[in-house]
Design a protein around this ligand. Structure first.
Ligand code: DGL
Length: 272
């Protein structure tokens, strides 16, 4: 395994780009191979067996790119598949839930944490499990927000319809006196300003991406896999793959990444 092999990053769609963006920021020498499962998004309404099958296929695909490590940049896949996949592959692999839980426990003052995520992530109870394994006295309040994912995939980040839906979803959480709210789906940081407006200034929003990138760096260092310094005057050599809709994905990616991606390729992921 060489240090200059890429890191595989995947999500059900565009949400994982929020994690890829953070990795690019914190580790500019690392190369990323990103896969967005745009043909099969959303994962959050599917069963554990289905999500696990999808994740196995994506991991096989990433392995064909000789990745040195994998980032599961999707809470739903982290909740439903990470513990199984960890046992099945030899590569270092990291998800987003543990880093998110750690950050939230550090941030809370009144030990009341909210989690918004997909149905799957909320029903898995993973955030509660990890948070309470760090501090059993923290109360965790979960709320599934299933419509957020299609709204983000449609690019409706600042739309009044999205704002109205956010107000409805977050109404109950606002009565729970939480001081910290985990954006427990990698699509949600793209709605950060709208969610922040709805929750008010007294609630700290936690985006697990930041701590995940820190965790990735530590994991690569532990395996002696950190990339050698690159020449930053050259264009980044990341690669992007999706299972459908490359053009739409590219437009979206170019609106949130720090540089323009040039070519997104479509992969027949069912073949892996
Ligand atoms: N972005 C993903 C997550 O973090 C999944 C959204 C979905 O596909 O439902 O959970």
């Amino acid at each position: 395994m060489s240090n200059n092999q890429p890191v595989g990053v995947f999500d059900s769609g565009v949400g994982g780009l929020t994690v890829a963006r953070e990795i690019m920021r914190q580790m500019p020498d690392e190369r990323i191979v990103y896969f967005g499962d745009t043909a099969r998004v959303p994962y959050g309404t599917k069963s554990q067996g289905t999500v696990l099958r999808f994740v196995r296929q994506i991991v096989s695909f990433l392995e064909t790119h000789d990745v040195k490590a994998i980032v599961v940049a999707c809470n739903t896949a982290s909740a439903y598949a990470l513990e199984t996949i960890e046992r099945e592959i030899d590569l270092p692999i990291i998800g987003v839930i543990k880093p998110g839980a750690r950050t939230a426990v550090r941030a809370t003052r009144n030990r009341r944490i909210g989690v918004i995520a997909t149905d799957a992530t909320i029903n898995s109870g993973m955030y509660t499990r990890f948070i309470q394994s760090i501090d059993p006295d923290v109360a965790v309040f979960g709320k599934a927000c299933p419509l957020f994912v299609p709204l983000v995939e449609e690019g409706m980040l600042h739309d009044f319809v999205t704002e109205e839906i956010a107000n409805r979803y977050l109404k109950d959480l606002k009565t729970q006196n939480i001081d910290t709210l985990i954006l427990g789906c990698t699509h949600y940081p793209l709605l950060r300003s709208l969610i922040g407006k709805c929750m008010g200034d007294s609630v700290t929003l936690v985006n697990p991406a930041y701590e995940t990138a820190i965790g990735l760096k530590a994991m690569l260092a532990e395996h002696d896999l950190l990339a050698a310094p690159e020449r930053h005057d050259l264009p980044p050599r990341h690669r992007f793959y999706v299972s459908d809709g490359a053009e739409k994905f590219e437009i979206f990616a170019n609106s949130i990444l720090p540089y323009d991606i040039r070519k997104t390729q479509v992969v027949d992921i069912e073949g892996y």
